[in-house]
Ligand binder design. Structure first.
Ligand code: FRU
Length: 512
């Protein structure tokens, strides 16, 4: 109970469990003025183990109230990832018309059955709450969806499909997605499969999501299918790819242009390490991200959060009382780019609720480097930094360097020779815990603008880069021996025009 939230490497405005292990975000649902966030949780250890659903609620997706564990393992197995919905019409009959139930749909993982060599050890179960998610009751006839004999069969994301007046479950099945349909959340029928022959397949498909999105600036709507995969991400380990297309209530039909984009060689999609796939976040440390259910129509946003780690080293990162954080909550948009349709992400505007002081940089020409922290007299390791830069024709590479007095640094920049953004954490501090941690991560640029707009959300042990209005996103964690409070902008050889820049210090969500 006595967690101070000020241990080394503890993020100050990103969600972390007070103690114990955390992985995927689960069951995100907006209900009665609260954003619920559940998460894969092992309360008894800082490594992955028997999975529970930890729980927190927030009014703004920034400041969270920790609640007791919502779901415990039972005789059917551990509680793996899944989603939650508001059963507004009480289709399940588990609530009443006056008090419709909140329903969590999750995967049961039966470790005993797995050990015994069976293939059907993952099934889907549900639980319901009649008191704003404060307590949960497991449905007595679980599982609601049995396993047909496939070893990876998990992470149900359920949505209400208005046109067909039924629930659609998007399920990750080994190397593809299966869509199931139900009128009551209790009886499910297979509708179709998608994806065994497209996209990245360097690992198992996990944690999917299916959302309908307007194409920004048009009257068109498209469906976006988010598919997490581990391993097989462009920079190694786990990552989040997506597909743009149409969904007709039964089938997901890949957009022909998007498909061409995926398989063209050399493809725009495949510029990172020869991997096929288009990725929602190219950094090493955003995984299992999906969106909130039941966001009011008047709001209309697609609100996303991911786990800020990578299965390559998640269990061994150097934190003591807890392990890992979530990304900032993000708002997703589908935008037209010179490369085709892309999902762009931005931190939710509610981040303003913890804005402290804003410092404005003077427009200037950078030759060599400038010290941003010194110019602004800021000494902070939790902030939101926006820069607009225009490299000259002779030399286009540039970087933002975050560093400390121990000669440790992380570089977030643009490599003109490759035409890619990158994050270099080779000298970012502790890395001996895993030989997969150190190195440089790359991401394609989906813009031809002369002006580069970079937004960096930094919080003690992580940076989230939103470049070109969020068209390219990279999330990366790091563990310096002393916090990075020095910020420089480096214009390698040529000159860099800094046309605007501002840094807003962010308040700790633990400050009273
Ligand atoms: C993704 C994942 C899910 C699974 C959960 C188990 O990180 O492997 O597929 O449900 O984690 O904790």
């Amino acid at each position: 109970a006595s967690v101070a939230f000020n241990e080394p490497h503890r993020p100050q405005f990103h969600f972390t469990p007070p103690t114990g292990w955390m992985n995927d975000p689960n069951g995100m649902v907006y209900h009665n003025g609260e954003y619920h966030l559940f998460y894969q949780h092992n309360p008894d250890s800082t490594v992955w183990g028997p999975m529970h659903w930890g729980h927190a609620v927030s009014k703004d997706m920034v400041r969270w109230e920790h609640l007791p564990i919502a779901l415990y393992p039972d005789s059917l197995g551990m509680i793996f990832s899944g989603s939650a919905v508001v059963d507004t019409k009480n289709t399940s009959g588990l609530g009443t018309a006056e008090n419709p139930p909140l329903i969590a749909i999750f995967t049961y993982h039966d470790a005993e059955a797995e050990k015994a060599g069976r293939n059907d050890y993952q099934t889907q179960g549900i639980a319901y709450s009649l008191n704003n998610g404060r307590t949960w009751t497991k449905y007595r006839n679980n599982p609601v969806l049995k396993n047909p004999g496939i070893r990876d069969f998990r992470d149900p994301k359920v949505m209400w499909y208005e046109k067909g007046q039924e629930w659609i479950m998007t399920l990750a099945v080994k190397d593809h997605i299966s869509f199931y349909a139900s009128k009551n959340l209790l009886d499910w029928k297979l509708r179709s499969d998608f994806g065994a022959d497209v996209g990245a397949h360097g690992g198992v498909w996990e944690c999917p999501d299916l959302i309908k999105m307007p194409v920004k600036g048009t009257n068109e709507e498209k469906w976006v299918l988010i598919v997490n995969i581990n391993p097989g991400a462009p920079n190694g380990g786990s990552g989040t790819q997506y597909f743009v297309g149409d969904f007709n209530g039964s089938k997901f039909i890949l957009d022909p242009d998007f498909k061409a984009n995926l398989s063209a060689k050399p493809s725009i999609a495949a510029t990172v390490n020869g991997q096929e796939g288009i990725w929602l976040d190219y950094g090493r440390d955003q995984y299992a991200g999906i969106t909130w259910a039941n966001v009011p129509k008047e709001d209309g946003r697609h609100l996303f959060i991911g786990w800020m780690s990578n299965w390559d080293y998640a269990n061994v990162v150097p934190t003591e009382k807890w392990r890992s954080a979530m990304t900032v909550a993000r708002s997703l948009e589908l935008v037209n780019t010179p490369a085709g349709l892309r999902v762009a992400s931005k931190p939710v505007q509610e981040l303003q609720n913890i804005y402290h002081k804003t410092h404005v940089l003077e427009a200037q020409t950078v030759s060599g480097a400038i010290d941003i922290s010194e110019q602004l007299s800021v000494k902070s390791s939790s902030y939101d930094l926006s820069l607009e830069v225009e490299p000259d024709a002779s030399q286009k590479s540039f970087a933002v360097e975050l560093s400390n007095s121990r000669n440790q640094q992380v570089l977030i920049g643009y490599d003109a020779d490759r035409g890619q953004y990158y994050i270099n954490r080779k000298k970012a501090g502790e890395h001996s815990f895993s030989d997969k941690f150190s190195g440089i991560q790359y991401a394609p640029r989906f813009s031809k603008d002369k002006l580069f707009s970079l937004r960096l959300v930094v919080d003690v042990a992580s940076v989230e880069l939103f470049a070109d209005e969020g068209r390219t996103v990279m999330t990366s964690i790091f563990f310096p021996d002393e916090e990075f409070t020095k910020i420089r902008l480096i214009a390698d050889k040529g000159q860099l025009k800094l046309s605007s820049g501002k840094l807003t210090e962010l308040k700790s969500i633990y400050a009273s």
